[in-house]
Write a protein that binds this ligand. Structure first.
Ligand SMILES: Nc1ncnc2c1ncn2[C@@H]1O[C@H](COP(=O)(O)OP(=O)(O)OP(=O)(O)O)[C@@H](O)[C@H]1O
Length: 580
């Protein structure tokens, strides 16, 4: 119920007038039901006295009025609910995407977090307004239930007790069904994600090359089908079991309900009950049972919804940051000289062993550093920590630079215009043609864009625009690099900015980085060892640790890890060039 309170407080804060209006409409709707019952009883009594034609007419008009009011109320409450859904939904959706944008990057690879996002999306559009709707129904049904009990109690308290017992028996069924449904739901969600993944695999363009070349369509399809069958069987088993139980239970309940009806008919025969009272009682029986049922259904739905709402709430609630280890504030001199300091930084992805261990690194203002090391030695992880995309599991990072920019090997491909793709590097200048053009020159994609008839307005990608341009991987990378040239940054991170570039473009790219970022702090990761020679300092990493650091000459003289790494790579290239 904590979650329901949270949802209601959000909705009441955002849309107080709409919420109060819906609440009043619901109470009115439920209170009108027993009123209908009363009027019906009165009409039947009046029919036995033909002299009161006028009073019968008034009663019938009142009955029609109440009936119409109920329908009008229903239509309006639907309208208000839709209004709530759109207004509050939009706000919460924004909060959800903000939370995702702020989450540690590592989380976006974790199954639990991805499932949480799926549940949150579901919650946003259905479960939240459902929760509000359910609460209103619940409050309304309490009002209706109380009125029905009052009407029936006047005919005999025993009837009220009997009808409530009948309602409770119905609910035993609902309770058991809910418990099992929750278990099935949880299991199905995991399987659904796997099924969606397999379906996406087969429709995603980037996978089609491998799927066709290796002819793995049948294998994938059988995997998808078997997952589909597994989910279907899970659902069918649940539905079948509860359909059978439901039939038996309904049969039993019908028997019990009819027994009470027979008893009431017997009372009419004995003239202890009048005909109009019998009608009021049979109607009232339905309303009381329905009332008890709606209470049970409310709690059962609440149990299911709570799971989702809690996930949504956890997702949009920022994590409380662990208290930072106190440290000596850096002196003004340090701040003026340093761009970034890393103290005893370690990092683990989830519960896996640490992939970075006790990294201590100081990067000076205007210094260029190249991170070198074998695959998996932790270079990209370190770059992401420097860029603030990952928070160190242990240790501290101090950045003394105001603005930074980065280009990563797994760059984003936005299916927007060239202008947007490049301009997003500095959103404030997204319409500044001169700056965007300048960035494309630095990123070496200007000449290609010039050939497009729509120039900077050319849409990249064909998913949403038939006239869109499909770029090659290297061209896409040049667009990503151009983006990194947009901001006036004083700290620059390039994680393999040339992985997809041809050899000449690659050499030019490194020259451009040196030329346009002269005087700035640059951290560069590259597998092309020759460019390391151009850096002020080379940092060699192995198994998550910095094992050597120094200039190319110093490290070659050391004849350690870097020296043998360099020699091994250099023998495959013509080392006569400045850049290998
Ligand atoms: N999202 C992730 N989740 C779990 N482990 C990861 C993740 N990304 C990287 N790793 C692990 O962290 C270690 C370091 O990876 P990282 O990408 O930082 O190395 P790298 O030196 O940049 O490698 P490469 O030269 O191949 O790009 C690897 O063992 C890798 O398996």
């Amino acid at each position: 119920m904590k979650e329901y309170k949270w949802v209601l407080s959000i909705f009441f804060r955002q849309q107080p007038v709409t919420m109060v209006s819906i609440l009043l409409l619901y109470i009115l709707m439920y209170a009108l039901q027993p009123l209908e019952l009363l009027l019906m009883g009165r009409i039947i009594v009046s029919l036995g006295h033909p002299s009161g034609v006028m009073s019968i007419a008034i009663l019938i008009i009142a009955y029609i009025l109440v009936y119409s009011l109920k329908n009008i109320q229903y239509s309006f409450s639907l309208l208000f609910i839709e209004l709530l859904e759109n207004k509050v939904g939009a706000l919460l959706q924004r909060q959800m995407f903000t939370a995702i944008a702020k989450a540690d990057l590592d989380k976006l690879d974790q199954a639990d977090y991805l499932l949480q996002i799926e549940r949150a999306k579901d919650t946003l559009w259905y479960k939240l307004t459902n929760a509000v709707n359910d609460v209103f129904h619940f409050l309304g049904s309490i009002a209706g239930f109380c009125m029905s009990v009052w009407i029936i109690a006047r005919l005999g308290v025993l009837y009220v007790v009997a009808f409530i017992v009948l309602g409770l028996l119905y609910n035993y069924f609902v309770k058991r069904n809910t418990e099992e449904h929750i278990a099935v739901m949880k299991r199905q969600e995991h399987e659904d994600r796997k099924l969606n993944y397999l379906s996406r695999l087969m429709q995603d363009r980037s996978n089609q090359k491998e799927i066709r070349s290796f002819q793995i369509y049948e294998w994938l399809e059988s995997k998808r089908l078997s997952k589909f069958d597994e989910i279907r069987d899970l659902n069918m088993a649940f539905s079948l079991k509860w359909t059978v139980i439901g039939c038996i239970w309904s049969g039993l309940m019908l028997g019990l309900e009819n027994s009470t009806l027979l008893f009431m008919c017997y009372a009419v025969a004995l003239t202890t009950l009048s005909l109009d009272q019998l009608i009021v009682l049979t109607q009232g029986q339905g309303q009381i049972i329905e009332g008890v049922n709606s209470f049970a259904e409310f709690f059962s739905e609440a149990r299911k919804n709570t799971i989702y709402i809690k996930e949504f709430r956890d997702l949009i609630t920022p994590e409380t940051q662990a208290a930072e280890t106190p440290h000596q504030p850096s002196s003004v001199l340090t701040r003026n000289r340093m761009a970034m300091e890393l103290h005893d930084v370690s990092y683990s992805y989830g519960n896996s062993p640490a992939v970075l261990k006790n990294i201590n690194l100081h990067i000076g203002r205007g210094e260029s550093i190249v991170l070198v090391g074998e695959n998996g030695s932790g270079k990209s992880t370190l770059a992401k920590i420097m860029a603030g995309l990952l928070k160190p599991t242990e240790g501290r990072v101090h950045s003394y630079c105001k603005t930074s920019t980065a280009a990563f090997q797994d760059y984003a491909k936005f299916e927007f215009s060239v202008r947007d793709n490049v301009g997003l590097g500095d959103v404030a200048s997204i319409n500044d043609n001169d700056r965007i053009t300048e960035a494309t020159v630095k990123g070496q994609i200007h000449q290609v864009i010039q050939q497009y008839p729509k120039g900077l307005d050319t849409i990249l990608g064909k998913k949403f625009d038939a006239d869109g341009i499909e770029m090659s991987e290297g061209q896409w990378q040049k667009v990503a690099i151009s983006r990194a040239f947009m901001p006036e940054a004083d700290f620059i991170i390039f994680d393999e900015p040339s992985a997809s570039l041809d050899a000449l473009s690659e050499i030019q790219q490194f020259r451009n980085i040196g030329k346009y970022f002269r005087g700035k702090s640059v951290v560069l990761i590259s597998h092309r060892i020759g460019i390391a020679k151009l850096a002020d300092r080379i940092v060699f990493m192995k198994q998550g640790e910095i094992v050597e650091a120094g200039t190319h000459a110093e490290l070659m003289q050391l004849k350690g890890e870097y020296c043998s790494f360099f020699k091994n790579q250099a023998k495959w290239y013509d080392t006569g060039d400045q850049v290998i």
